[in-house]
Design a protein around this ligand. Structure first.
Ligand code: BYC
Length: 469
């Protein structure tokens, strides 16, 4: 069904014919807008931003581009088209028709997962609340805002499911999604990473590379869900998510490139000399990577999880790209886990979080390889590397166990002493913050980041992507 933009809430779910749902969502809408005005990129409410807006849900040509003031962005409800005769792709109900309504016995599990997914979306907007004030270019500012409005839309996506399928409980949860806040001591966001501050652009690029990629994997696994409205919602969200990871990968790549250019200009790879020339040295980039990668690994949950097993068994949450596997039931299969006590065979269903985490790590490697190619081509020995998945974990079997970045167990004292070598220290953060000065002349870049190879939607890099008014 095509998207109807003539209504107060744009949608392709025929909202006009469900007055109760429409009223409930129209009741929530002003609360969302209040939240956006307070917790979103509020300093830029009057700016004209070159944004893409969804106009359809098919893979080709779904977006239109144009100047929009963010508070006027048309947040709405867009589900991928229904696949006729879709059947359950995994678990105990394999091969049965998918559900259009939530089965009563799975209600609380579905609600918990939808709320957890929904919670991350506004959280990320809150984390990035003030980043616009220190943008390295108008191109980057526009990308930040594109990411922000789409995370806002992803919140709408989950709120729609809560309102449409979970009655009063769902409406209450939708309100709660606006009342928890990132980093709030009393009412924090649900998952750890979403309470970490993102107060500099290197963190933003790491977050969009590593944490949005968790989003990709979680959404892919929910796109397999037996609850068809959830699957269709997530399928469309994934098309938007791709740009966020592009922002991360190219963002980090451009910081690496500028670092390499500086090394060439000054004929030195001494970190302090590079910093003195206003670029970010590669070891600092590595430490930022260590921080955001390890935090994002925790987002997959424990290696052995009865929640994950029951989600898989009952058809709530599959594995990303479930069709790549032979066995979709996994009743008898086992998985060999690395634990601090050695290898351990566990039931495959219980290990689903780890299965996903391992695919995620492989996907993370691809970008690292591309960044390293740049470093190699510039003739340097230094290589960026993902730390061991056992390093600096807070969730699961390795939580709280001191290891070095290679995963070798070490004593607590050594871990505490050497932590500043491995994740950004106070002085690293102070240095990176000192570079965060806003650049708003079209086409100009801050000195610590190289320009992008191309602009947005075939426009030039020096296009005025944001008119600040
Ligand atoms: N921090 O059995 P366990 C995105 C909790 S990102 C704090 O180990 P389970 C985005 C867990 O909630 C994708 N708590 O794990 C990216 C549970 O608590 P309760 C977000 C954590 O349940 C960038 C307890 O520990 N989507 O979209 O199998 C920008 C035991 O759980 C953490 C989803 O996460 C943590 N890191 O799996 C914008 C998908 N990890 O319930 C957006 C929905 C675990 O006992 N969520 N816990 O109180 C899920 O599928 C699951 O909830 C999880 C955890 C994968 C997160």
């Amino acid at each position: 069904m095509s998207i109807n933009y003539s209504e107060r809430i744009p949608n392709n779910v025929d909202l006009a014919n469900d007055r109760t749902l429409q009223r409930a969502l129209e009741h929530w809408q002003p609360k969302f807008l209040d939240w956006w005005r307070e917790m979103g990129p509020s300093d830029f409410a009057s700016a004209d931003v070159y944004l893409r807006t969804a106009v359809g849900v098919d893979a080709q040509g779904w977006a239109s581009y144009g100047a929009v003031k963010m508070p006027d962005y048309r947040w709405g409800i867009f589900l991928a088209d229904r696949a006729p005769d879709r059947t359950m792709g995994f678990g105990d109900h394999f091969g049965e028709p998918v559900w259009q309504q939530v089965p009563g016995e799975l209600r609380s599990q579905f609600r918990r997962i939808i709320v957890t997914q929904g919670d991350t979306e506004p959280a990320s907007v809150e984390q990035q609340h003030r980043l616009g004030l220190t943008c390295p270019s108008l191109y980057d500012l526009r990308n930040l805002f594109q990411v922000n409005v789409e995370e806002g839309r992803h919140l709408w996506a989950m709120v729609y499911l809560l309102h449409a399928h979970f009655g009063r409980d769902g409406r209450e949860e939708a309100e709660e999604l606006l009342s928890r806040h990132s980093g709030d001591v009393d009412k924090p966001r649900i998952l750890g990473t979403f309470n970490e501050p993102i107060s500099d652009w290197l963190s933003f690029f790491m977050f969009t590379y590593f944490t949005d990629r968790d989003g990709k994997f979680q959404l892919k696994s929910l796109a397999e869900s037996g609850f068809d409205p959830l699957a269709r919602t997530c399928r469309f969200m994934l098309t938007e998510e791709a740009h966020h990871m592009f922002v991360g990968e190219t963002g980090v790549g451009r910081v690496v490139k500028r670092s390499l250019e500086t090394m060439k200009e000054i004929g030195s790879d001494d970190p302090q000399a590079i910093r003195n020339h206003g670029a970010i040295d590669l070891p600092t980039i590595q430490r930022y990577m260590n921080f955001w990668f390890t935090s994002s690994l925790d987002l997959f949950g424990s290696e052995v999880s009865s929640n994950a097993a029951s989600s898989f068994a009952s058809g709530i949450k599959g594995r990303p790209d479930e069709t790549q596997y032979q066995d979709h039931i996994c009743n008898d299969a086992t998985f060999t886990l690395e634990t601090p006590q050695g290898q351990k065979a566990v039931s495959m269903r219980n290990a689903m979080n780890e299965v996903m985490r391992q695919s995620y790590i492989k996907d993370c490697e691809l970008g690292v390889r591309r960044w390293n190619m740049q470093i190699q081509r510039a003739g340097h020995e230094f290589r960026l590397a993902l730390p061991s998945p056992h390093f600096r974990r807070s969730i699961g079997a390795w939580a709280g166990l001191p290891t070095d970045p290679q995963g070798k167990p070490i004593g607590r004292e050594e871990y505490d002493r050497r932590t500043p070598e491995w994740i950004p220290s106070e002085s690293d953060r102070a240095f990176v913050h000192s570079l965060m000065k806003r650049v708003i002349e079209p086409g100009k870049m801050a000195g610590w980041i190289a320009p992008p190879d191309r602009g947005i939607n075939n426009l030039a890099v020096d296009y005025e992507y944001v008119r600040l008014n």
